[in-house]
Unconditional design. Structure first.
Length: 278
């Protein structure tokens, strides 16, 4: 009997080892998630997100730090099946009918909390947080079947860019377990400057200069210059508040090798870039 149990144990250990060997390392991503209307009108970025989802090895799970979960302390969603939250007003009724029913992943959430604890980063579990559009809007295009577990991570607004970068660094090890790490924000985000009616849709110089400067710094691996965001050109005009730029700091922490997946502008000055960090 003991021999049989040992054989069974050896079989499962071998199976687990083979499974681990088959796991592929995924990149970290920064995704400009754009207006909620992209769920109905994908423009250029929707197909780009869809291609990205098709070209990557299918993730075991996805962890997203979203611009739309601003918090005082770092939090991690531990819910089993978070609700789809339509955290916006004044859009067409059909937008509010969209659901993204991907399950949560409490086990991954606990692993994330453990990694934070080991790195001496204070973080808390949140079992009731619904899923904001910073999470479900890009995933709707990347993984429309909504069958991959998703864990959301909050954006503490009382910490520095380097501390957000460290959050990404701390979770980078998860990439080796075929877990996709995403920072969801926007490379430019000044809603008052947008051409909502599609008029005057030329990209203003202050937006293109800012975007091009950030890309140049990342290409040359000058991450410190991006983290020193106050000295970037036209920063206040592109980001009157920092929450949509800050997820880039998280994504930068997940990998050192930068590449552009997609680049475009919407409504004049809304940058829709997607960046990859390997």
């Amino acid at each position: 009997m003991l021999k049989l149990l040992n054989n069974i144990q050896d079989h499962f250990l071998q199976w687990d080892k083979q499974r681990s060997m088959k796991l592929q390392t995924l990149p970290g991503l920064f995704i400009s998630h754009g207006s909620p209307m992209l769920a109905l009108n994908p423009e250029q970025v929707g197909p780009a997100l869809n291609r990205l989802g098709l070209n990557l090895p299918q993730p075991q799970a996805i962890a997203v730090l979203s611009a739309h979960w601003e918090s005082n302390a770092l939090e991690v969603s531990t819910g089993v099946r978070p609700e789809t939250w339509h955290d916006f007003r004044g859009f067409p009724p059909e937008l509010y009918e969209i659901r993204y029913p991907a399950p949560g992943d409490p086990q991954l959430a606990e692993e994330i909390l453990h990694l934070f604890s080991e790195a001496h980063i204070s973080a808390h579990a949140n079992s009731t947080r619904p899923r904001d559009h910073g999470v479900w809007m890009p995933l709707l295009h990347m993984y429309p079947q909504a069958d991959i577990p998703v864990v959301e991570i909050s954006l503490p607004m009382n910490i520095s860019a380097k501390e957000i970068y460290k959050i990404g660094q701390t979770l980078a090890v998860l990439r080796e377990k075929q877990i996709l790490l995403m920072g969801s924000g926007s490379i430019t985000h000044n809603l008052r400057e947008l051409s909502w009616q599609g008029e005057n849709a030329n990209v203003p110089e202050w937006a293109s200069t800012f975007r091009n400067t950030v890309v140049s710094k990342l290409h040359h691996q000058d991450f410190d210059a991006v983290l020193d965001w106050k000295n970037l050109p036209f920063i206040e005009r592109n980001h009157p508040t920092l929450e949509h730029f800050a997820p880039l700091f998280f994504a930068m922490g997940t990998g050192h090798r930068f590449s552009i997946v997609h680049s475009s502008f919407s409504m004049g000055s809304l940058g829709m870039d997607i960046y990859r960090f390997d």
